[in-house]
Design a protein around this ligand. Structure first.
Ligand SMILES: Nc1ncnc2c1ncn2[C@@H]1O[C@H](COP(=O)(O)OP(=O)(O)O)[C@@H](O)[C@H]1O
Ligand SMILES: [Mg+2]
Length: 302
């Protein structure tokens, strides 16, 4: 699998503001790569530099073997873009929008195929203004696909959508990946990156603070797993559980578990005590927990 995007020490300033401060990463062909970070972290700046829409201050950038500041016609044909806050003409139907794009790109695709790919066939003749937020984004993705690109940039495709619409767009992204497309996804939704991305780079204040597969990031940064044991009101587990256990709320005990041996010892001790237990669960940190620790809850926008 080749590297389809290479970025080395990329910087971008707007006047005095350093929005991107020397980031380096690469994207492999065929993967979903997610640039994950809070508002104002520098995601759109980075993605627009890769798309050839914005100029960088310094650094080396290669997309499909080309410098996006000197793009050619062939680059445009191989790249699809869904900009942040995508919008379109209100009194234009989904079909008309696609016909317009397809015509201007000299593409051989048909609106019906594209609508099917994004699961929007039933809205073919509906005005843009009449589409829901999620349907508008789907049309935006269909337009980004109208030149049958191998690389697609999606800048916050699910921002502000309800959970059902978000899920439906995530399904579309999964389909695109299975068609062999490379997807560069920016998002601030942790669970979206965790579900969809092959690799993630976390950006904060214009710097990449960590990078890897979601699983690697969790493994590297997580604290211990927690065993949570719930018993009936009035029943006590003190003496049964190890000294590290604490009663978090009434009847709910929590203790860190570092290894399988740890876990088996605790379970064995509970079992021998014959104390009736309502529930036992092992809680693992996810990407969101880890992210909160790395990035903190504060936003980058001042
Ligand atoms: N055209 C611009 N002119 C001045 N400042 C900008 C411009 N675009 C973005 N910024 C600033 O750069 C920083 C990064 O913005 P952006 O790349 O849009 O972040 P994100 O997409 O992660 O929310 C923010 O502080 C933002 O206000
Ligand atoms: Mg943005």
């Amino acid at each position: 699998m080749g590297e389809i995007i290479k970025v080395n020490n990329l910087k971008k300033s707007y006047g005095k503001l350093s929005a991107v401060r020397g980031i380096s990463f690469h994207v492999n062909s065929g993967e979903v790569f997610s640039l994950l970070g809070p508002n104002g972290a520098g995601k759109t700046t980075t993605v627009e530099i890769l798309e050839g829409v914005r100029k960088r201050t310094s650094g080396v950038v290669s997309v499909l073997g080309q410098d996006p500041e000197r793009i050619t016609e062939s680059f445009r044909k191989r790249v699809g873009i869904l900009p942040q806050d995508f919008n379109f003409l209100e009194r234009c139907t989904a079909n008309e929008a696609l016909e317009f794009y397809i015509g201007s790109l000299d593409s051989s695709l048909k609106p019906d195929e594209l609508l099917k790919t994004v699961e929007l066939s039933d809205k073919k003749n509906v005005y843009f203004s009449r589409l829901s937020g999620g349907q508008k984004q789907k049309l935006g993705i269909a337009l980004a696909l109208s030149n049958d690109p191998e690389l697609i940039f999606l800048d916050e495709p699910t921002a502000g959508l309800d959970p059902l619409s978000r899920r439906s767009i995530q399904e579309v992204m999964r389909n695109l990946r299975s068609l062999g497309k490379t997807i560069f996804l920016t998002t601030h939704y942790l669970e979206e990156a965790e579900k969809l991305a092959d690799r993630v780079a976390i950006i904060n204040f214009g710097m990449i603070v960590d990078e890897g597969t979601p699983e690697e990031l969790v493994q590297k940064n997580k604290t211990s797993d927690m065993l949570v044991v719930t018993v009936q009101d009035g029943v006590s587990l003190s003496g049964v559980l190890p000294s590290l256990a604490r009663e978090k709320s009434k009847g709910v005990y929590e203790m860190p578990i570092k290894s399988n041996d740890d876990l088996f010892l605790v379970l064995d001790s509970i079992s021998k005590s014959r104390i009736p237990v309502n529930n036992i669960s092992l809680v693992r940190e996810n990407l969101e927990d880890v992210f909160m620790r790395i990035v903190g809850a504060e936003e980058n926008e001042s």
